[in-house]
Design a protein around this ligand. Structure first.
Ligand code: C2E
Ligand code: CA
Ligand code: CA
Length: 719
């Protein structure tokens, strides 16, 4: 039923067996603006009620046949929505009363005045209207309550009310579907039962919020452990105080709170992930550059305030690029993960380790009492990296170069500390890697030079500023030239004479070593060809090969091509490699070295004794010669440490049938010692500095023994 139905003109049915009464009533009603129809008795009344809806029936009780009472009964039985005014003569007063009891809304006694009639009709219709409206309102209320209930329960948010003491008085179905609690179990419980312990203070504040309206606390995050699963949900609470306002005179009484909580667990997780990604290196899980800077900034502020020192380390893997280039990025990535894990083991609580990118890491020691603490931390790291990594079946040695900058000594801002630690790191690389350096101001030039050196080196290749010199190696017994080592020289118009010690490491870092090395090889082959053409006994020429060059796939082919091009035999050449090359490259290098030796080329192990000195690889790799590093040459008479090392190496070489060359021989005593120890060959300033190809040609032509004069005379006679 709608509002229109209420305003429609009401239809009235006049039921009376007296015809004149019927017609006069009918016209009277019409005259008063009511629509009406008539029925001449009970039977036709029932018929009319079936066909039409009547707002009101003026029902004569005393009628022949079906009387008014029976009509009433039918109306009740069929629950017709109509009101009945019973009309009756004096004699039927009792039955009129009983009709009223059964639901008739009024009684009109015959005879009646028009006013009486009209008044009763109006009253009855007004009452009926009121009833209808009430019914309508009730219906609407029920409907809207149903809607609200539906809305509250199907809300994606958790909705609840608490009483003034914080006990739950209502909650929607989300308590079950979202939070995993049984609704009945929650009602009557104190809210604190459900809150994550750490969030209780916040919850006390927000959930028992007494303020209301605009002043209410909004969007407070509170964690709730799931009722059945072991997950922790994060909800965003909005809570409002509920007040009972009895009248205008007394202040409103606080009766509890009502709140809505939105599940933001996923949103929070996503936000946390984004935050994590913004501040971490995803490969290693370490802090990234940004987070490191944040920590450093804080540490500097604290150090300044409490007047203590802090240390910042810049760490760089010495051979990472090579691992990446030869073994691929997957192995490289795995290595970085392991490196990070090993570094972490060297840390103390409170230290921050970060990956700056590539193979560079930074470490912050936020509070140290002296330079020594920083040094011992660096020592610990260097030592830890002395052990190999086992990555995807490869044994890898990746030493670290570390630069250290101290606050406040080496800088008092983030940027200077990072820059100076970086400078110190390059300095330790330049000083031979696998070590640490504390920053000192005179390093600045070294750092700036690095860049110009790199540029200059590029130009040097184009401008042919490189040259190859040869240092003779002599037979210890005869004193004659048995071979020579090709050594690169760089004379820069800008920088002057550059030592290979300075530029070779940089060339290795930048990849320029390949064109430089190819230039040395080509020059040495060209020179050897000249000597051969001049009919000079072709001496063996040794060439230093960096591992980067050796590990190139085409290296063996390149050598083969040179031999063909210059029409030379392999036996005229030797390549010098270092221990670390063998260690870094592992198994696959054996095959390569075999291919090289199968061309007749010899392999010499350079700087023997300075590396890891694992004797096993002397047998494992096809090595012909070992070169004792010049640092083992006894420095003075009675330098027994070095003497015993040299003695041991000589014995070892002999037992393994290896050719032995001693480097850095500057003193006759050293030469004589080598002679007594039966060392095969010697090389050093005592005999000759490295010379140009032209000067060597002269020596070869003269063929004079170079070491003869230093040996006891009988040896010379024996020659
Ligand atoms: P190295 O292979 O150990 O070469 C020997 C170094 O000792 C040479 O220095 C040589 O001049 C020097 N030397 C020779 N006799 C004596 C001596 O009696 N006393 C002293 N104190 N030193 C002596 P250089 O030419 O400056 O080369 C330094 C290093 O640079 C070489 O050490 C080698 O590792 C590298 N290098 C030089 N040329 C090349 C090259 O063409 N390719 C590659 N990859 N590395 C090279
Ligand atoms: Ca060498
Ligand atoms: Ca050497």
């Amino acid at each position: 039923m709608n509002a229109l139905a209420l305003t429609e003109q009401p239809l009235i049915l006049v039921v009376d067996d007296e015809p004149h009464l019927r017609s006069s009533l009918s016209s009277l009603l019409n005259l008063h603006g009511y629509a009406s129809s008539t029925a001449d008795g009970g039977k036709s009344a029932l018929l009319a009620l079936k066909e039409n809806k009547y707002a009101l029936i003026l029902l004569d009780l005393c009628m022949p046949g079906i009387d008014g009472h029976q009509v009433m009964e039918q109306i009740i039985e069929n629950r017709l929505d109509t009101c009945v005014i019973v009309v009756s003569g004096d004699t039927c007063i009792d039955s009129a009363i009983s009709a009223l009891r059964r639901g008739a809304c009024d009684y009109l006694k015959k005879p009646y005045t028009i006013e009486e009639l009209m008044l009763k009709i109006e009253k009855a219709l007004a009452k009926r209207r009121l009833e209808q409206e009430n019914r309508q309102i009730n219906l609407q209320l029920k409907e809207s309550e149903r809607w609200y209930r539906y809305m509250v329960n199907s809300s994606p948010d958790f909705i609840y009310t608490l009483d003034a003491d914080g006990y739950c008085t209502f909650c929607n179905d989300r308590v079950e579907t979202l939070l995993g609690y049984n609704k009945a179990g929650v009602i009557g419980k104190h809210f604190s039962t459900f809150i994550h312990a750490e969030d209780l203070p916040a919850a006390q504040y927000v959930i028992q919020e007494r303020r209301s309206g605009d002043r209410a606390t909004n969007n407070i995050e509170i964690r709730i452990p799931h009722g059945t699963e072991s997950t922790l949900l994060t909800l965003e609470f909005n809570s409002f105080g509920i007040y009972d306002k009895a009248d205008d005179t007394t202040p409103p009484r606080y009766i509890g709170t009502y709140g809505v909580a939105k599940d933001i667990t996923e949103k929070k997780k996503a936000a946390e992930l984004i935050l994590y990604q913004a501040y971490h290196d995803l490969l290693t899980g370490l802090a990234n550059r940004k987070l490191f800077k944040d920590h450093l900034e804080l540490a500097i502020a604290q150090a300044r305030r409490y007047k203590h020192m802090l240390a910042l380390m810049f760490l760089d893997l010495d051979r990472f690029k090579r691992v990446n280039d030869t073994l691929g990025h997957v192995v490289g990535d795995h290595l970085l993960i392991e490196v990070a894990a090993r570094l972490k083991k060297c840390l103390r609580e409170g230290d921050t380790l970060a990956r700056q990118g590539g193979d560079e890491f930074t470490l912050l020691l936020p509070q140290i009492d002296s330079q020594e603490s920083a040094k011992s931390a660096a020592d610990k790291i260097i030592k830890a990296f002395g052990e190999p990594f086992y990555i995807d079946g490869h044994e890898l040695y990746v030493p670290m170069s570390i630069g250290i900058a101290l606050f406040p000594e080496n800088g008092d801002s983030i940027d200077t500390l990072i820059k100076n630690a970086d400078i110190a790191m390059y300095d330790s690389k330049a000083k031979g890697r696998n070590r640490y350096q504390i920053y000192s101001p005179n390093m600045n030039t070294t750092f700036d030079e690095r860049f110009s050196l790199e540029i200059q080196m590029h130009k040097a290749l184009e401008r042919n500023e490189f040259q190859v010199v040869y240092q003779p190696q002599i037979n210890v017994v005869s004193g004659r030239i048995s071979g020579m080592e090709a050594l690169v020289r760089w004379t820069s118009p800008l920088l002057g004479n550059m030592s290979p010690m300075e530029f070779i490491p940089l060339a290795e870092d930048t990849g320029l070593i390949i064109p430089i090395s190819e230039f040395v090889l080509r020059s040495a082959f060209k020179q050897a060809k000249l000597w051969k053409q001049a009919g000079l006994l072709p001496p063996r020429v040794a060439i230093n090969i960096s591992s980067q060059h050796l590990e190139q796939d085409k290296f063996v082919d390149y050598i083969g091509m040179l031999l063909l091009e210059y029409e030379l035999t392999g036996s005229m050449f030797e390549i010098e490699i270092t221990e670390s090359t063998l260690l870094n490259e592992g198994e696959h290098i054996i095959e390569k070295l075999r291919k090289i030796t199968s061309m007749g080329i010899k392999i010499a192990l350079d700087d023997f004794g300075t590396g890891y000195s694992s004797l096993s690889y002397l047998k494992k790799f096809p090595i012909d010669t070992i070169k004792i590093d010049q640092s083992f040459m006894p420095k003075f008479i009675g330098d027994s440490d070095n003497e015993s090392i040299i003695t041991a190496i000589c014995t070892l070489a002999q037992s393994l049938h290896l050719n032995l060359i001693a480097e850095g021989v500057e003193e006759a005593d050293q030469y004589r010692l080598l002679h007594t120890l039966n060392c095969n060959e010697a090389q050093g300033y005592l005999f000759s500095k490295p010379l140009s190809g032209h000067d060597i040609t002269d020596l070869l032509i003269k063929n004079t023994p170079l070491g003869q004069q230093y040996l006891p005379t009988q040896d010379c006679f024996n020659l």
